[in-house]
Unconditional design. Structure first.
Length: 128
């Protein structure tokens, strides 16, 4: 992606975010401690990106959908960047997320609670 395309995508996301209706009661669910491994004793590691979406929502990439199995939609997962820097999101959308090691596309506010949005991409672990 060249600079012009990246700028256009960023401006579109800001425009969509600025015009999107906000729900006063909706908040990003910050998690204090990283949860214990899921029932299979594993976490899914990869990268996260962000997009303009509803607060606390996220899009699951192919690897994440496969890892969770059928019925993934509506699942709450914990996404962590580093120790103790976690957010809980609900998977209600999907993405191709096929570039690099990307596993999840977070709502812009959930992503910003982990790292500055200017990073665009960050490493994460996902736990059920």
């Amino acid at each position: 992606m060249n600079f012009t395309t990246a700028l256009a995508v960023g401006l579109l996301a800001v425009t969509l975010h600025a015009h999107a209706p906000m729900q006063a009661e909706a908040k990003v669910e910050k998690v204090v401690d990283q949860p214990a491994p899921g029932p299979h004793g594993t976490r899914l590691a990869g990268n996260a990106t962000w997009y303009a979406y509803k607060v606390g929502g996220a899009a699951a990439g192919p690897r994440l959908r496969k890892w969770l199995g059928k019925g993934w939609r509506g699942t709450k997962v914990t996404v962590c960047h580093g120790a103790g820097n976690c957010v809980r999101v609900t998977l209600s959308d999907w993405c191709l997320c096929s570039h690099g090691n990307r596993v999840i596309d977070l709502d812009v506010r959930a992503f910003a609670s982990l790292v500055p949005t200017s990073r665009g991409v960050t490493s994460v672990t996902v736990t059920r």
